[in-house]
Ligand binder design. Structure first.
Ligand SMILES: Cc1cc2nc3c(=O)[nH]c(=O)nc-3n(C[C@H](O)[C@H](O)[C@H](O)COP(=O)(O)OP(=O)(O)OC[C@H]3O[C@@H](n4cnc5c(N)ncnc54)[C@H](O)[C@@H]3O)c2cc1C
Length: 320
């Protein structure tokens, strides 16, 4: 009889990433049986010992898992799922989770709910809530198959605090069935804070008029130790890299402060930033949709507003 919640842990540079703690926190709060974690990779055993709040940590440690591939990771995750026999599997809505969850669901003959922001147990089963129609509606889903698999949006759940390390159990994995091999990997160069992790995001839109319009956006981001984001219009025009795109087809961010500069606030853009705690909009059109979501709004030309804002923040910082 399937029981408990299995979460996918992720490690980067030997450290457990924040979303893992959020998944364990969410799994504990569900109260759906024992919480276990799986960590897949190569040379990850030491990191497994750093996972707290899960009773058991299943580790698949194999050179074939050194780089993420859908092929190898799906096989490894399925091996763990078969051993652990969970009722629920949770992953982060991360680069890995969003690719792996559907493939694992297919392999296990079950269903998956993607990009969920709330989880609850109802009538003995998992129910998930996720934004639909570009963030304009919420869809609540139940499952008629097990395990119920869901990806969870980073920062939507409170992380587990403290707790002891779980018992590590190695799971055997036969890599001979892996047909995909990563031959090269090029890291995108980015400076400063990662967009997904940033507590402050300053995003620019087409109204900035060109790549040079981003100079003040960058300055403001630097001043507030934030990251730069962009609308799709901007990424499509090649003014900024696609990696900075926020929205339905870009990244989902939920910082404390999201400043949208010359962004109209189309629903597809809002799908990526509506989880922000405070949205500040700067737009010359007082009727722009972005103002509906904004906590604070400044109606004006960015070319006037941004330098004034930068100066005012510098002054406040200097005053200490
Ligand atoms: C399937 C699909 C997926 C999509 N995915 C995404 C996505 O992931 N992310 C995304 O962002 N979009 C996405 N889009 C596109 C989206 O619909 C909008 O077209 C896009 O977000 C518009 O970008 P923008 O706000 O920068 O540009 P615009 O809509 O052109 O808005 C520019 C804004 O700047 C203001 N402005 C102009 N000049 C100034 C100035 N001098 N000072 C101040 N304000 C000024 C204008 O008033 C206007 O509000 C998607 C669309 C589709 C169909």
């Amino acid at each position: 009889m399937p029981n408990g919640v299995l979460i996918l842990a992720e490690a980067e540079g030997g450290e457990i990433v924040t979303v893992t703690k959020e998944l364990i926190g969410a799994a504990q709060r569900l109260g759906a049986g024992p919480v276990s974690a799986m960590l897949l990779g190569s040379g990850v055993e030491a990191a497994a010992g750093k996972i707290t709040g899960a009773e058991k940590v299943y580790v698949v440690d194999d050179p074939a898992l050194a780089q993420y591939t859908n092929d190898a990771y799906t096989q490894a995750a399925a091996a763990v799922a078969q051993k652990a026999d969970p009722a629920i599997v949770l992953m982060g809505q991360t680069n890995i989770g969003r690719d792996l969850a559907p493939a694992l669901a297919f392999k296990l003959g079950t269903a998956v709910a993607m990009d969920t922001i709330a989880l609850e147990m109802k009538d003995g089963g998992l129910h998930t809530t996720r934004p639909a129609y570009g963030g304009n509606a919420r869809a609540v889903n139940g499952f008629s198959t097990t395990p119920a698999i869901a990806t969870v949006r980073p920062k939507s759940q409170d992380p587990v605090e403290g707790g002891s390390a779980g018992a590590v159990e190695k799971v055997a994995f036969d890599a001979s069935g892996v047909r995909t091999k990563v031959t090269a990997r090029t890291a995108a160069t980015s400076e400063g804070v990662r967009l997904e992790d940033a507590d402050v995001v300053i995003a620019g839109g087409r109204g900035l008029g060109g790549p040079e319009g981003f100079a003040k956006v960058e300055e403001l981001a630097k001043l507030l130790n934030g990251a730069v984001g962009a609308s799709r219009a901007v990424a499509d025009l090649g003014w900024r890299p696609v990696s900075e795109q926020v929205g339905l087809t870009g990244k989902v961010v939920s910082p404390t402060l999201y400043v949208a500069v010359a962004i109209s606030g189309a629903s597809q853009h809002m799908a990526g930033c509506s989880g922000s705690k405070n949205i500040v909009a700067i737009n010359k059109d007082a009727d722009a949709n972005i103002f509906k979501a904004a906590r604070f709004g400044i109606v004006g030309d960015f070319a006037t507003v941004l330098p004034a804002l930068v100066e005012a923040i510098k002054k406040v910082k200097a005053e200490g």
